[in-house]
Design a protein around this ligand. Structure first.
Ligand code: ACO
Length: 334
């Protein structure tokens, strides 16, 4: 596309999401590993999660369906898109990207397409990138997805990680707007690669650090140091929300919603308590969907958008953290 001079803003034209039909409850898990509903609910807030049928569903189908739903909500077709971005860390194939296949299926032929690998921060990373690309003047209509089929990388013989994750995707259509004050008014993309082995998905034994060689989780499946990730998440969540308020001079009272990555209800509760956030402004669906990685924030966003809880004219915030370690936040003027 040719570059357009002049300041430009960003409008959200529609949202969508997709989750598999199959439910995996805590009682189902207790028949597979040594765990129970009471422990999982008390330690995580999760009661059930959605799981793909691998014969017909996966990361690609979830993101495709989420984007189709967002396009329908925006009253647009795939051919209207200049670019498709998919935040994911569970690609079926490294080549082609999920974004290329999704773009091909929705009819966005000729559009740019790429995946963003930032684990659970993937949707917020992708939204921030898309906003910046539209503001640059090079793109006008971008389909943003975030979605993971975490069930494809979970070792269901181990209880430490399997209880947390589910499968889902969320999507949004971002379009150029004449009002430059509209769109993402503050964003943060961050990482600390020194701590990568706290949450990682090794495919080869050579990638496994010495200290983790006895981990019983199969190669090709997600490994996590739960306590370390928990500490990191509690601190980082608080910090990025505080940074966002400070940089924008906005408060929680100004926001319609503060969408937090659904990692663990105790991590979300800690942010609510330490920052004094109004509970009704911090949406929670982890009880029904677990942690769907890059799907989590996009799924919340779509559910809130469709419920009319993200009204025009009021700012809202998205925050996430994930493997890498990565984190991201965005404050949006809707
Ligand atoms: N069921 C029953 N008991 C269990 C289970 C289980 N599934 N898992 C562990 N336990 C036991 C442990 O063996 C331990 O028993 P012990 O005291 O007899 O030794 C006890 O429960 C406590 O174990 P901890 O690991 O200390 O439990 P904790 O309170 O830390 O909770 C959890 C574990 C839920 C994983 C927590 O650490 C957590 O949520 N961490 C953050 C994880 C996270 O957010 N990950 C997503 C990152 S986002 C991304 O990018 C993918």
């Amino acid at each position: 596309m040719s570059q357009r001079p002049g300041a430009v803003g960003v409008r959200i034209a529609g949202t969508g999401s997709a989750v598999p039909e199959r439910r995996l409850t805590n009682d189902d898990l207790s028949k597979m590993v040594d765990t129970n509903d009471e422990w999982i609910v008390q330690r995580t807030g999760i009661r059930e999660r959605r799981i793909c049928d691998p014969s017909k569903e996966g990361t690609f189908t979830l993101n495709r369906d989420a984007l189709k739903n967002a396009l329908a909500a925006a009253n647009m077709s795939g051919a209207d898109l200049d670019l498709v971005i998919v935040g994911t860390c569970t690609q079926e194939m490294n080549c082609p990207s999920v974004a290329c296949r999704v773009a091909g299926e929705v009819g966005a032929v000729g559009a740019g397409a790429f995946d963003v690998v930032a684990a659970c921060s993937g949707f917020v990373y992708s939204m921030n990138i898309a906003d910046s690309l539209i503001r640059s003047g090079r793109f006008r209509r971008i389909g943003v997805c975030g979605g993971d089929a975490m069930s494809s990388v979970i070792d269901y013989q181990e209880r430490s990680v399997s209880i947390l994750f589910g499968d889902a995707a969320g999507a949004a259509i971002l379009v150029a707007d004449d009002n430059p004050d509209r769109g993402c008014i503050y964003q943060q993309l961050g990482s600390d690669g020194r701590d990568w082995s706290g949450l990682y998905l090794p495919r080869r034994a050579a990638e496994v650090p010495e200290a983790d060689r006895d981990n019983p989780i199969r190669l090709g499946c997600l490994r996590m140091n739960g306590r370390e990730v928990f500490k990191f998440a509690v601190t980082r969540f608080r910090q990025i929300i505080e940074d966002s308020f400070k940089a924008t001079s906005l408060t929680a009272d100004d926001m319609s919603q503060i969408i937090c990555h659904q990692s663990n209800i105790r991590i979300i509760d800690s942010a609510i308590e330490k920052l004094g956030l109004p509970r009704e402004k911090v949406f929670v669906n982890i009880d029904k969907f677990g942690n769907s990685s890059a799907g989590s924030v996009g799924l919340c966003f779509d559910q809130l958008w469709r419920a009319g809880k993200i009204p025009q004219g009021k700012p809202m915030m998205m925050v996430a953290f994930g493997g890498g370690m990565t984190w991201a936040s965005g404050v949006w003027n809707i």
